[in-house]
Design a protein around this ligand. Structure first.
Ligand code: ZN
Ligand code: ZN
Length: 367
């Protein structure tokens, strides 16, 4: 009796394990099948053309000419995977493009196949930050965080050597969204700034004096005068500039949300997650290849990634030092994902585990 009960439980456990873990492993991301669902029934129009990229699925170097491929090459150029000098792109899947695909897959922790497979195309179509992924300054091979070219950071010129440094931030008096209240927006940004302030010796104070603020925050649509036009709902969500520029811009055509319980849209984007990410750029961090890190470039609709991970902390502390009150022990081992930043590793290890468990239970049943 005991044996059969155990067997029943085992099978149930095995079933739950197989069902649950592979799903838990993957962060939500847009897939070609989901696109048709997420774009219907929403009032926002999207001008982004990334959804058309689904037609390139399964293309590789043997595919020769594919109509419209030059558009995808421009995407790769924009985000730092193809030479900026070459903008006379053809529709040929050539060796240079294959190398760019390889680079992209490596950066995003995908299996490096050089092919536009399902996962790669899904990742390409996923909403993301507008800052380029090109990363010339990599300080250590085992780390995934990166800096902007020349490793710029804020310096404490005006306040001599005062520690901690204080940076002020202000919201644009004219370029804000009106469907979330200002107090809610202010609270979201306050929390985002405080996450960074808790790990480095910098205080962030809000000021009313927009013109004098170190960091400025605003919502803009389409071409807004800095050469980095926004593209409507999804696509590029926001961008920010390297130190000591201080400008942080959010695409006003997104359906921004501070609380997914209130925001019902399938396209809702978590403002606090994106704000925390853009502050990372303001401080000097580039894009990380760690999928859990705040500095990972992509964020799916209705997903949250607000909390700093060890990779973010190590990156920003290498620029500014540690906040005296910060304790590394508050970041558990589970936060240390810098050595398993790839979906491939994540997926294969789960399948390996599932297989081991399956064999184990079959043996139990037989014995
Ligand atoms: Zn970014
Ligand atoms: Zn801008």
């Amino acid at each position: 009796m005991q044996f059969s009960l155990f067997r029943y439980d085992s099978i149930l456990l095995l079933f739950l394990f197989l069902c649950f873990f592979p799903r838990a492993c993957f962060p939500a991301r847009i897939t070609p099948e989901q696109i048709t669902v997420t774009t219907t029934g929403d009032t926002h129009t999207h001008k982004a053309t990334w959804f058309n990229f689904t037609r390139f699925k399964d293309a590789d170097n043997g595919s020769h000419v594919i109509s419209g491929m030059s558009e995808l090459k421009r995407y790769f150029q924009r985000f730092g995977y193809l030479s900026v000098r070459n903008d006379n792109f053809t529709d040929v899947y050539d060796t240079q493009f294959e190398s760019a695909v390889n680079l992209y897959q490596k950066k995003f922790g995908l299996p490096v196949t050089g092919k536009l497979d399902f996962d790669t195309i899904s990742t390409i179509m996923s909403p993301r930050c507008g800052v380029s992924d090109s990363a010339p300054t990599k300080i250590h091979a085992s780390k995934h965080f990166v800096y902007f070219n020349g490793r710029p950071r804020w310096n404490n010129d005006s306040a001599s050597t005062t520690t901690p440094m204080t940076l002020t931030y202000a919201f644009s008096p004219s370029n804000m969204i009106n469907y979330i209240s200002l107090p809610e927006i202010r609270t979201a940004f306050k929390r985002s700034f405080s996450r960074w302030a808790s790990v480095i010796p910098i205080n962030f104070n809000e000021t009313e004096e927009y013109e004098k603020a170190d960091i400025t925050i605003g919502f803009y649509g389409g071409d807004h005068g800095d050469g980095e036009a926004f593209d409507g709902a999804l696509g590029v969500l926001a961008h920010a500039f390297a130190p000591e520029n201080g400008r942080m811009h959010f695409d006003e055509d997104e359906t921004w949300a501070v609380d997914f319980k209130k925001a019902k849209s399938k396209l809702a984007v978590d403002l606090e997650s994106v704000a925390t990410h853009e502050i990372g750029h303001i401080l000097g961090l580039g894009h990380s290849s760690v999928q859990d890190a705040v500095m990972y470039p992509n964020l799916s609709p209705r997903a949250r990634r607000r909390e700093l991970k060890l990779d973010d902390v190590e990156g920003v502390q290498a620029l500014y030092g540690s906040n005296p009150n910060f304790e590394i022990s508050s970041f558990s081992e589970s936060d240390n994902v810098s050595d398993k930043g790839t979906g491939l590793v994540c997926r294969s290890s789960n399948w390996t585990l599932s297989l081991v468990v399956l064999v184990f239970f079959i043996l139990l049943v037989i014995v």
